[in-house]
Design a protein around this ligand. Structure first.
Ligand SMILES: *Cc1c(COP(=O)(O)O)cnc(C)c1O
Length: 425
């Protein structure tokens, strides 16, 4: 499928008058349409709720939009909890799915009334000691081990993953929780990441629904919710077919009616914790070509670097690139598109066929709305970019300013000359 940008060259030329490149730009219209589609796809389940995985894009302006559609927040750290609280998510609108969890994070999660999802059987004791008493509602994270394969060969290796309880531990843990007075129970699993197939959730649902029956039979515990977590992917590459959330929702419904309903578990609420699917395609990184270099290869140097988008450097991930205004030009040049870090993996594309790029051209790096800005860091003293929201009416709102040198130096307030440093910036 052809990958189109949601912003034009003319729009970018207007935006840069106020906000210089590089910046992440988000598409409000796309985010809202997707939210509507998700809501409809799972409307058959009265208890359904999407808990947006905050780590994918921890911007309160975007989180607020999601709350309008009834979404909760999925958090895994103290500051993500603070952020969710600040956007108005309260009580069971917060899912706390963390691992290797510090005690103070549990304390805050409990104070906010979040649903706590335990990553290990030892955390039952840890949580009880930390809080004095277990909450009345608790969820457990399951790891089936081995290799998990779905129809089109996409798979992951839960057996190598640090997350979750084994089945034996899980069954034991529900019994312990029940004995300790827990009244409401949930089950959670995240087995495969970035699945570009409509089969993942339905497959996972079957695994978890069948397990729910076994839990009921062996422990007497009736689950009140099953959390399919994240993992619904997006089509980063033009040759991939994007997931259809309606087909996915319908697939889960079929399994629900086949497995849960006949077993008398037809009131289980389905939760999801999608991150990538919620914002990934609705964000892009806009950057400008500032150098070209011809050595053993052809290079285009842009004003963004891996600090703004780490996925290509970290995972060799593909992000599609459009040169604005040259959408219809032939891709008859082969470039490495690089950032300025002193790291040779700081490349947004390697041997990529693109139209001829001139200095000053704007490049749109696609699908940066999730795990893009959020994974940013400050290596080489590089500063993080601004985040902008392209509103439905075509206007642009600054939803996070770019970092300044004073932000970079802010944690040096133990250094006497710190004031001089920050004042200079
Ligand atoms: C990362 C994560 C998610 C979101 O995953 P996506 O692949 O972005 O949808 C959901 N739940 C948990 C516990 C996570 O760690």
């Amino acid at each position: 499928m052809e990958k189109k940008t949601f912003v034009t060259k003319e729009q970018v030329e207007e935006i840069v008058k106020k906000y210089p490149t590089p910046f992440h730009l988000y598409d409000e219209k796309g985010i809202r349409e997707n939210l509507k589609a998700i809501k409809e796809a799972f409307a058959w389940n009265p208890g359904y709720r999407e808990y947006f995985a905050v780590k994918a894009n921890p911007n309160p302006f975007l989180m607020k939009i999601m709350e309008e559609y009834g979404c909760g927040c999925d958090c895994s750290s103290y500051t993500e909890l603070m952020l969710s609280d600040a956007t108005g998510a309260r009580g069971d609108a917060i899912m706390f799915s963390s691992n290797d969890t510090p005690a103070e994070d549990y304390v805050l999660a409990h104070k906010l009334g979040a649903i706590i999802n335990l990553d290990d059987i030892t955390h039952i004791d840890f949580l009880e000691k930390t809080l004095g008493k277990l909450p009345e509602k608790l969820s457990l994270r399951y790891n089936p081990g081995g290799v998990y394969t779905i129809s089109n060969g996409i798979m992951d290796n839960p057996g190598d993953a640090k997350y979750g309880l084994t089945k034996e531990q899980l069954l034991k843990a529900y019994v312990i929780l029940k004995e300790k007075g827990v009244k409401e129970f949930g089950l959670h699993a995240f087995l495969v990441s970035n699945t570009v197939t409509n089969d993942y959730y339905p497959m996972l649902a079957r695994t978890l629904f069948e397990l729910a029956l076994e839990i009921k039979e062996k422990t007497g515990v009736s689950l009140s919710f099953i959390n399919l977590s994240g993992g619904v992917g997006i089509a980063y590459r033009p040759d991939q077919t994007p997931n259809d959330i309606r087909v996915i929702g319908e697939g889960v419904r079929k399994v629900y009616e086949e497995v849960l309903v006949p077993a008398g578990l037809g009131d289980v609420a389905i939760y999801t914790e999608m991150g990538r699917f919620m914002t990934g395609p609705y964000g892009c990184l806009v950057t400008r070509a500032i150098h070209e270099k011809h050595t053993y290869k052809e290079y285009i140097g842009v004003d963004a670097c891996a600090v703004n988008l780490m996925r290509p450097a970290m995972y060799g991930a593909y992000h599609h690139i459009t040169v604005l205004g040259k959408e219809n030009d032939p891709c008859d040049h082969v470039y490495d598109v690089t950032g300025s870090l002193c790291e040779n993996n700081d490349k947004f594309a390697i041997d990529r066929e693109l139209p001829e790029i001139a200095i000053g051209d704007y490049l749109v790096i696609h699908d940066t709305g999730a795990h893009g800005y959020a994974m940013g860091y400050n290596y080489n003293g590089k500063l993080k970019s601004a985040e902008l929201l392209l509103k439905e009416d075509g206007s642009v709102q600054l939803i996070r300013r770019a970092e300044k040198p004073s932000d970079y130096f802010a944690t040096l307030d133990c250094f006497d000359e710190y004031r001089a440093l920050t004042e200079r910036s």
